[in-house]
Design a protein around this ligand. Structure first.
Ligand SMILES: N[C@@H](CCC(=O)N[C@@H](CS)C(=O)NCC(=O)O)C(=O)O
Length: 200
């Protein structure tokens, strides 16, 4: 059985949980408290030299880090990750954007409000502006199609869902983004997630 090292407040870690649950992959979960520095101990750095969660110990005893690498590995051969090279490239496009154009801004803001307990008024304006832009971009995409890579849910949606459904925790208002809210509901339905969790 695989072992997921994760922080259950972290969207990057929840991506891995959502994917494993969806694919009925058995796993054990070991909680790592990043705020206590548990991802930076010598023992943890042996598992992931990058000093971050999520990390997964695979069946062969090796470790794999980076949330999007992990979910692609878990989803190989399933409908969540198409085999066709062009279809796969559409999934990759959004996975890369999630890390470079969304996570740093949206998750970075949520980190400040949830982990550091900053009031919304003290969020970093530049980061919030970039996050709002990312959420606006998502709204435009989802106005035109039901899922990021086309007509069916893929790991690209799971990657983007993790922090977008928790965006209100960072002070982001999704009420004026109906296509995004409908997509969140669609993904939550596919993944069997409690809709209330998006604002917890
Ligand atoms: N790009 C990485 C980001 C991982 C990441 O930022 N992990 C955070 C928790 S969400 C962490 O472990 N922070 C603790 C640290 O950097 O010491 C991924 O997608 O897995």
């Amino acid at each position: 059985m695989i072992l997921i090292y994760g922080d259950s407040q972290s969207g990057n870690c929840l991506k891995v949980k959502y994917t494993a649950d969806r694919l009925a992959i058995p796993y054990a979960w070991e909680e790592v408290d990043v705020m206590k520095g548990e991802s930076r101990t010598p023992d943890f750095l042996e598992k992931n030299i990058q000093g971050q969660v999520p990390v997964v110990r695979l069946e062969d005893g090796s470790h794999l880090a980076q949330s999007n690498a992990i979910i692609c590995y878990l989803a190989r051969g399933s409908a969540l990750l198409p085999d066709d090279p062009r279809a796969r490239s559409r999934v990759d496009e959004w996975l890369f954007w999630e890390q470079n154009g969304h996570e740093f801004f949206v998750a970075g803001t949520i980190f400040q409000t949830v982990y550091l307990k900053k009031p919304f008024a003290e969020r970093e304006a530049w980061r919030v502006a970039r996050a709002e832009g990312a959420l606006d971009l998502m709204e435009r995409v989802l106005d035109a199609r039901p899922f990021f890579a086309g007509g069916a849910m893929t790991v690209a949606d799971i990657a983007l869902l993790a922090y977008t459904r928790r965006a209100p925790l960072g002070g982001f208002d999704l009420s004026g983004r109906p296509a995004t809210r409908a997509w969140i509901t669609r993904c939550e339905g596919e993944l069997g997630l409690d809709p209330l969790a998006q604002v917890q």
